[in-house]
Design a protein around this ligand. Structure first.
Ligand code: GLU
Length: 470
């Protein structure tokens, strides 16, 4: 039987969960779910100066929002220092690591000298063969890297990548303050957690030969590696804050649907024919590392927005009603604890789904169904709520007042009677009414809108508009 897949997402909590991290998490999750394996969350917080609890919470919240559930963890590296120490002790005992007494100042001076002489600024190995400790100095622990030959990383995405061992430094695995370093703890954890596949961004490709030697020194089998291609901004430079929002949290707050976001980021590097829209079950069924491309992926915010609008269109009004609630609250359209008739809300949402690309937009349009505080666009007011439209508004108000059955069809009939009476176009009557009722010049069909707003509120808003003109 094939070995059981065990993969991990190992974020450093030194920032929010960003697009690249979310994609790494997603690919690991999909690989685990496709292979019925185990997905582990490991927080790499050994850099105590830059890691914060807030970032850990934000990463976990982002993972939850994306629906990427983990089977083990979250482990935290700061809880595992004794494990790293025992592995470092083992390497020291076996002569595969050594104490280094060089001070940071000495190292920096030698580095500068090497650079000035055009030599690679690597550690010169002077403590490699020390027999005695240097008095008055606190030691760091360095790993003995092979200095000859080559290391081949046989990457599932990049293919074979060859590194010259002469370039590799005797890297510090435990600093003089006793804290372990990234390249060491990552290997210890991957060994200890029995990781079978390391799937991560290709910014770590250069670390991989170093890590391979640590696996070997510890006597463990080397896992499979899959380094994901970079994500670039639309201008083909590395994706960063300059390209706008990059954190998962900001997409959530802008009203992107989690499934749409997942569907978008999966396509940053992975393809399945030319299919664009996938259900989660399809993603799990189809995902494979063979279909991850080698070249950099380009982030296209317009496509993400388009995908989001497709997901909104394909969601039921009831589901959108749930999703839009926090936005209604945040945008001040409903108050905390306010209860809306869900069936009525769904009717309103049905009219707006096709025209809302994100939940913020949907909430914004729902404002004129729900709230009296509609805020009329000043330009629309000037153009449509004026002396010319006043007689129409008055007549519409009177006609609608007489209507007992306040439904779109009857409302339409009332409007058509007035079109005839005034011998004008429907738009000349409908547009001022639209502005008076919704504050906007573009809305779904006006008769339907009026039905949903409801007779009482419609009459009130018409009276208000008439008052402001007259
Ligand atoms: N903690 C590393 C990072 O956030 C990832 C390490 C790894 O996946 O091996 O970049």
């Amino acid at each position: 039987m094939a070995e059981k897949v065990r993969v991990r997402f190992a974020p450093s909590p030194t920032g929010l969960l960003h697009l690249g991290g979310a994609r790494t998490a997603l690919f690991n999750w999909l690989y685990a779910r496709h292979n019925k394996g185990t997905f582990i969350l490991r927080i790499e917080d050994t850099d105590r100066t830059r890691s914060t609890e807030e970032y850990i919470d934000a990463i976990i919240e982002g993972m939850r929002w994306l629906g990427l559930d983990w089977d083990e963890g979250p482990y935290r590296q700061t809880d595992r220092f004794s494990i790293y120490k025992s592995y470092a002790d083992k390497l020291l005992r076996e002569g595969k690591a050594y104490y280094c007494y060089c001070s940071p100042e000495e190292l920096e001076k030698r580095r500068q000298e090497a650079l000035a002489q055009g030599r690679p600024p690597k550690y010169d190995g002077r403590c490699r063969n020390l027999k005695e400790p240097v008095p008055g100095r606190v030691a760091a622990v360095r790993f003995k890297m092979p200095q000859e030959g080559e290391t081949v990383v046989d990457d599932l995405i990049k293919g074979k990548v060859v590194f010259d061992n002469a370039q590799l430094d005797d890297l510090i695995i435990i600093r003089s303050d006793r804290t372990p370093t990234y390249n060491f703890v990552v290997v210890v954890d991957d060994v200890d957690m029995e990781i079978t596949h390391v799937i991560r961004g290709d910014d770590h490709l250069n670390n991989t030969p170093k890590q391979i030697h640590i696996y070997r020194a510890l006597g463990y089998r080397i896992p499979a590696f899959a380094h994901l291609p970079m994500i670039l901004g639309p201008d083909k430079t590395r994706l960063s804050k300059r390209h706008g929002a990059t954190s998962v949290t900001s997409y959530k707050e802008m009203g992107y649907l989690s499934d749409a976001f997942v569907n978008y980021i999966v396509r940053l590097g992975w393809a399945h024919g030319d299919q664009e829209i996938f259900t989660r079950d399809e993603l799990i069924e189809y995902f494979s590392l063979e279909d991850v491309g080698k070249s950099a992926a380009i982030f296209n915010p317009e496509k993400l927005l388009w995908l989001n609008s497709q997901y909104i269109i394909n969601s039921t009004a009831e589901r959108l009603g749930e999703l839009v609630m926090p936005f209604l609250l945040k945008q001040g359209i409903i108050k905390e604890g306010q209860i809306l008739d869900r069936e009525w809300l769904s009717k309103g949402i049905k009219t707006l789904k096709e025209r809302s690309r994100a939940l913020v937009e949907l909430a914004n349009s729902l404002r004129y169904y729900i709230s009296e505080d509609i805020g009329i666009d000043p330009k629309a007011k000037e153009k449509f709520l004026n002396k010319k439209s006043l007689p129409y508004l008055i007549d519409v108000k009177e006609a609608l007042k007489r209507l007992d059955n306040f439904v779109a069809q009857e409302i339409e009939k009332a409007f058509m009677t007035l079109v005839e009476k005034h011998n004008t176009k429907l738009g000349n009557i409908a547009q001022p009414v639209r502005v008076a009722i919704t504050g906007k010049t573009e809305t779904p069909g006006i008769f339907e809108v009026l039905e949903i707003v409801g007779k009482e509120k419609v009459i009130k808003r018409l009276e208000k508009a008439i008052k402001t003109i007259g």
